[in-house]
Design a protein around this ligand. Sequence first.
Ligand code: BTN
Length: 320
Amino acid sequence: MTLKNDLLKELESNRQQAISGQKLAEKFGVSRNAIWKAITALREDGYEISSRTNSGYQLAGDCNILSPAAVRSYLPAELASIAIFSYKEIDSTNTEAKRLVNEGLNETALILAESQSSGRGRQGRSFFSPRGSSVYLSIVFHPKSGLSEAVSTTTMAAVAVAETIEELTAEHTEIKWVNDVFYRGKKICGILTEAVTDFESGTVASVIVGIGINIGTDFPPELSDIASCLSPEQVNRNQLIATVSSRLLKMANAPQDKAYLQSYRTHSLVLGKKVNYFQNGTSYSGTAIDIDDAGGLIIRLADGSTSTLHSGEISLRLAE
Ligand code: BTN
C-alpha cells in the first residue's frame, strides 16, 4: 500500500478528530514533509482535508468519495487484505467480475464503480446506474458448493443490505421476495446473483453478487414512483460497501447457520399479503404465508393447497 492509501485509511478511521502531522509521520515512519506531500496528493484527488496548526489533519465529514482505501478502513481484520477493484466507469461490475474470474481471479474480491454504462438487472432488465453517490458493487467469492447452497446467497445478500442500511441510518427497511430491498415503500436496492459453474466437479466455482443501492439519485419519471434512495448525508458509502460485504461474506462462510432466514422473515414485505405470480404461462393468486429454509416463498392458494416458489417474481395484490 502506498503512503497516500495508508494515510487515507487513517483519516477515514479518525473522521471524528484531527491527527497531527507529527503523529502521522511517526506512525508511518516517514518525514512530516512526506505526510504533507501525500495530503496534497489526496486533495488533488478531490478529498477535502482540513489542516489546523495546533490540531492537524481531518477528513471533511461529508467527504463521500469512493475509494478502496476508505472501504478497507471499515472492513474487519479478517478481510483487511481482500482484493478491491475500483472503476470510475465500467459497463457492469458483475460483467467485470466475470471477466476477472475468467482471467483466473480465485480469491474473494470486491468490484466497485462510480457509474455503470450497462448496469444489468434481473430477468434481462437494465439497472439505472448514473454517476453520483450510489453504490454499484459486486462481491465475488468461491464457495465450491452445490448450486442450491449458492442460491441462498441471494437471500443472504438481501438481509445483509437491509440490516446494514438499518445499522448505519437507523431507518427501517423491508425485503420484497426474493431480493429487492425497500425503503419508504419503494425499491432502494436491487441484487443480481450470478454463478460461474465448474462442469467437471459439478460445483459452483464462483458466486458473483451484484448489489446496486440508490443514494442521492435523480430518477427519470418512469422510476420516480417505484424507486427510493438514501441521501448522501445519511450514509458514508465506503462504510456501507464494507459493512454489506462483511455481513454477506460472514453469512456465506457459515451457510449452516440459518439465523439470517429469521431476519429475512422479519423484514419481509410480503408475508401475510395477497400476491400474484406467473408459472409456466399461467397466472396464480394466493397469500404469502412463509419463507422456507431454502429461501422459497410458500403461498397458500384459494383451494387451500400450498405452492413454494424458488425463483421468479411476484407482485403484491392491491386490497380488494
Ligand atoms: C435488479 O433489481 O433487477 C437487480 C439489479 C442489480 C444491480 C447491480 S449494480 C452492481 C451490479 N452490476 C450490475 O450490472 N448489476 C448489479
